[in-house]
Design a protein around this ligand. Structure first.
Ligand code: KG4
Ligand code: ZN
Length: 327
């Protein structure tokens, strides 16, 4: 099967073509709006929607050209329909539905979070559910248990900020810019991660909390005793410690040895190494390019769900909030 994947849930328009027989991405094009939004210190939803509209058709044409295909060669279309910015999602969903209708091919709605997780399978042949998955992105910090039939059971989530959001907010407090994750990671390279011992919030509970940590960081910045690099490094270490503690504790409880870590924050090399250093688990990550938003993971997930006949009708729409991931 040849499947087109469309992602437009936030500030990246990304399209990719996946050949399921070869298990190969034939082409992938992304237009990032990060620079456009950086001067506002975060994503402006209306600006995001408008730029998706401007970009999507050209990206589709580029994808077809590089894959040496015509639209008629497509067998199905996968599209992110939840969760995300509603106006941004509408652009991808409308494009997918119109194309699907014109070509008389099915459209498969893809939950963005499930796609982030399955991106790990695209690059690690042999990796298959069941496993436990931690998703750490700009909007979510969730632990899922995924059974053999790819039913997703939500086991833990953040009760306030998401992990990526805490990186972005701390970067703002340190005047580094947006998006904050890579900038904190860079600054932390020159810092001592053991310099400041930040408390781990709600340590005994399965859920996450990052807003108290953000306040502790602010207190440190205002005190002015430690260098920004030491603060960044200590903050990053605390986030890694929390993620590892809660994810692996849950994996043990659930009897899962295989753990997938995905989403934008999983690009962070310090966090990747910290997970990899843990004994007794097989830990998988998508490559950094597939940790941030991309059409590849949408096309791949659509193929996986296509097998389960989870199709969209023309009534299907976008949802800003989290839909049940198994839908
Ligand atoms: O998955 P993603 O691209 O978009 C969402 O679905 O949210 O994640 C974006 C988030 C941002 O908060 C960004 O700061 C964070 O991932 N991020 C990182 C790194 N690269 C991106 N956080 C920490 N370290 C990084 N290297
Ligand atoms: Zn994402």
């Amino acid at each position: 099967m040849i499947i087109l994947g469309i992602e437009s849930s936030c500030d990246e328009t990304s399209l990719a073509v996946y050949d399921s027989e070869k298990n190969l991405i034939l082409s992938t094009y992304t237009s990032s709006q990060a620079e456009l939004h950086s001067r506002f210190g975060g994503v402006v939803p209306e600006v995001a929607s408008r730029n998706h509209i401007l970009n999507i058709e050209a990206l589709f044409e580029q994808c077809m050209e590089e894959a040496e295909l015509t639209p008629q060669d497509l067998d199905a279309i996968g599209v992110t329909n939840a969760p995300g910015l509603i106006g941004a999602l509408f652009v991808g969903v409308s494009f997918a539905k119109a194309l699907g209708y014109a070509l008389k091919i099915p459209v498969v709605p893809v939950n963005h979070l499930s796609a982030h997780i399955l991106a790990a399978e695209l690059q690690n042949e042999g990796l298959e559910a069941p496993y436990l998955a931690l998703i750490i992105s700009g909007g979510h910090t969730h632990i899922y248990d995924i059974d053999c039939a790819y039913n997703f059971e939500l086991l833990a989530k953040t009760i306030d900020d998401a992990a990526g959001e805490s990186f972005d907010k701390v970067a703002k407090m340190l005047d580094l810019g947006y998006p904050g994750g890579p900038l904190i990671e860079k600054l932390a390279e020159d810092g001592d991660a053991t310099k400041i011992k930040f408390p781990i919030p709600i340590k005994k509970r399965p859920d996450f909390s990052f807003s108290g940590l953000k306040t502790s960081v602010l207190t440190q910045i205002q005190a002015g005793k430690e260098t920004p690099a030491d603060i960044a490094a200590s903050f990053q270490k605390t986030v890694a410690d929390v993620l590892i503690l809660k994810t692996l504790r849950m994996a043990k409880e659930r009897g899962r040895r295989t753990v997938v870590v995905a989403g934008g924050v999983a690009c962070n090399v310090y966090i990747r190494r910290a997970f990899e250093a843990q004994k007794g688990f097989d830990i998988y990550f998508p490559s950094p390019r597939l940790c941030t938003d991309n059409g590849d993971m949408i096309a791949f997930t659509a193929h996986k769900f296509f097998g389960q006949r989870r199709f969209a009708s023309l009534d299907e729409t976008a949802h800003d909030r989290m839909q049940h991931i198994n839908k």
